[in-house]
Design a protein around this ligand. Structure first.
Ligand SMILES: Cc1ncc(COP(=O)(O)O)c(C=O)c1O
Length: 438
C-alpha cells in the first residue's frame, strides 16, 4: 500500500505537496446537550420535563465545538464570572470583587493577601463559624479568640488586649444575620496597623450605619452557598476597594497567573508574585449566582419585615435578655434570639413554644458540639492548645449555651407573623415577669 510520501516525497518546505491538507475526522463537542440535561436533572426537573427538554434541544443549536465552560475562554461576551463580580461590586459598594469556589477559600485568599502565615496571629470571634479560624490556621497563622458581648458579635472592648506584635488581622464575623459593632473594631485595628477582614458569610446584604457589610473593613469575605441567604451550591466572594490587596487576593486565588495582563511577565512590583492556589469559581456556579445576587435585596427586605413585625410585639421581661443589636436598621434578622436566665427556663420555653407550633431551639450547657462556638473547634485544639479553655471566652460560651433561637421565615405573611408573636407572648407571659415601664 502506498503512503502519501511515496506519491510525493518532496518536503512541502522544498516545494512538494503538503502532507496534511485538511482533517476528515468529525469531532464531537466535548460538552454538549447531554451535559446540559444532566444539570437540569440535578435541578430536580421531572422526567417529563427532561424528555421535553431533550426533544427541543439539539447539538446543532450549540457552537460547533460546544461550549467552553472555563472562566477565561476568549469570547466577545463577558464571562459569567465577570458578570457576577460586576453585580457584587454594585451590591456591596466596593471597587473590586473576586469570585472564588467557597467562603473558606475567600477567607484563605484574604488572609494570604494581608500576610497571614507562620509566626503571625489572626483574631477571630468566639462565636461565628470554625472556617474563619481554620483559614488562618491553614496558612500557618495562630487563631486567637476574642470574646463576644450580648450581641453575640466580637466584643470591641475585649479586642485591644489581644493585639500583639504578631497580629496581622482581625476578622469580625457578622453572625447569623446581625452585624458587628464595626466602628470601635476599626479604631482598634487602625491604632495598631492591623487589617480588618469582615466575614460576611452569614449576613450578606446587612448594613452597619448604612454601609454594606464587606465594604467597611479592608476586605470582605462571603460564602455564596446553598446553606446561605444566596447561592445555589458552593461559592464565595472576596471584595475590597484596595488595589494592592485586590492583586494579592488574585495571586493567592490564581497563582497560575491567569488573571495577569501578561501571565509570564516579570513582577510589576516587589512582592507581586507569591505562593497561592487555585480558588476560582466555576462558570456554572457563576451562572447561578448572577441570578442569585439580584435576589438579595428582596430577600433582605422580606426578612426585615418579618423580624420587625414580630419583635415589636414582644415584651421585655425580667428572666430573659434579648440579643443586643449593634444596628437595628442594618441587621437582616432571620433569627430571633434571646438568653433565658438559666437552662431550666430555656428548656421550658423551647418546649412551650414548640407546643404553640413555633420552631424554637435551646442549646443548654449540655448542648451538642457545635462548630459555631470556639470551645468546640476540635480540629484546632491539638495544634493550638494554649488558645482553648473555658476561661478564654466565658461570655461567648455562656451566652451561646443559653441561647434560645427562633428561625424566622422571609415568606411569612403578616397573619403568620401575628400568630407567631401571639404564641411567643403567651409563652413568655406564662413563665416570666414583665418589666414595668416607669
Ligand atoms: C461565618 C462563616 N464563615 C465562613 C464559612 C465558610 O463558608 P464555606 O462553607 O462556603 O466554605 C461559613 C459557612 O458556614 C460561615 O458561616
Amino acid at each position: 500500500m502506498s503512503s502519501p510520501q511515496t506519491l510525493d516525497s518532496v518536503p512541502a518546505i522544498k516545494g512538494g505537496m503538503r502532507a496534511v491538507q485538511a482533517m476528515t475526522g468529525q469531532p464531537e463537542p466535548k460538552v454538549g446537550v447531554a451535559e446540559f440535561i444532566s444539570v437540569a436533572e440535578r435541578f430536580g426537573f421531572s422526567e417529563t420535563a427532561l424528555t421535553r427538554l431533550r426533544e427541543v434541544l439539539s447539538e446543532a443549536d450549540l457552537p460547533k465545538v460546544g461550549p467552553h465552560l472555563g472562566r477565561y475562554y476568549g469570547s466577545a461576551k463577558p464571562s459569567m464570572g465577570d458578570r457576577f463580580e460586576a453585580l457584587a461590586r454594585e451590591a456591596f459598594q466596593v471597587k473590586h470583587a473576586y469570585a472564588v469556589c467557597n467562603g473558606t477559600a475567600a477567607l484563605t485568599a484574604a488572609l494570604a493577601a494581608v500576610g497571614a502565615g507562620p509566626d503571625t496571629e489572626v483574631i477571630v470571634p468566639a462565636a461565628g463559624f470554625i472556617a474563619t479560624a481554620l483559614a488562618g490556621a491553614l496558612l500557618g497563622a495562630t487563631p486567637v479568640f476574642c470574646d463576644v458581648d450580648s450581641s453575640l458579635q466580637m466584643d470591641p472592648v475585649k479586642l485591644e488586649p489581644l493585639v500583639t506584635n504578631r497580629t496581622v488581622a482581625v476578622l469580625p464575623t457578622h453572625h447569623w444575620g446581625s452585624v458587628c459593632d464595626m466602628g470601635p473594631i476599626l479604631r482598634v485595628a487602625r491604632r495598631h496597623n492591623i487589617k480588618v477582614i469582615e466575614d460576611c458569610a452569614q449576613s450578606p446584604g446587612a448594613t452597619y450605619h448604612s454601609q454594606p457589610v464587606g465594604s467597611i473593613g479592608d476586605i470582605g469575605c462571603f460564602s455564596i452557598s446553598s446553606y446561605k441567604l444566596i447561592g445555589g451550591g458552593e461559592g464565595g466572594m472576596v471584595v475590597t476597594s484596595d488595589d494592592l490587596l485586590y492583586d494579592r487576593i488574585r495571586q493567592a486565588s490564581e497563582a497560575g497567573g491567569l488573571w495577569r495582563p501578561d501571565r509570564f511577565a516579570a513582577p510589576r512590583y516587589d512582592g507581586e508574585l507569591f505562593v497561592g492556589g487555585n480558588f476560582r469559581m466555576s462558570e456554572l456556579e457563576s451562572a447561578i449566582n448572577v441570578v442569585q445576587i439580584e435576589k438579595l435585596p428582596d430577600i433582605v427586605t422580606r426578612h426585615r419585615r418579618v423580624w420587625n413585625h414580630i419583635r415589636q410585639q414582644l415584651p421585655d421581661v425580667e428572666q430573659i435578655t434579648w440579643q443586643k443589636s449593634n444596628d437595628p436598621e442594618g441587621d437582616i434578622g432571620y433569627m430571633l434570639r434571646c438568653f433565658p436566665k438559666d437552662d431550666e427556663l430555656g428548656v421550658c420555653l423551647a418546649k412551650a413554644l414548640k407546643a404553640e407550633g413555633i420552631a424554637a431551639s435551646y442549646r443548654g450547657s449540655e448542648g451538642r458540639p457545635d462548630w459555631h462556638v470556639c470551645n468546640h473547634y476540635y480540629p484546632l485544639m491539638d495544634r493550638f492548645p494554649e488558645q482553648f479553655g473555658t476561661e478564654r471566652c466565658p461570655v461567648g460560651t455562656d451566652l451561646y449555651n443559653r441561647c434560645l433561637t427562633l428561625q424566622l421565615n422571609q415568606w411569612w405573611s403578616d397573619q403568620d407573623c401575628d400568630n407567631v408573636a401571639l404564641g411567643i407572648n403567651k409563652v413568655i407571659c406564662a413563665y416570666c415577669t414583665p418589666i414595668e415601664s416607669s
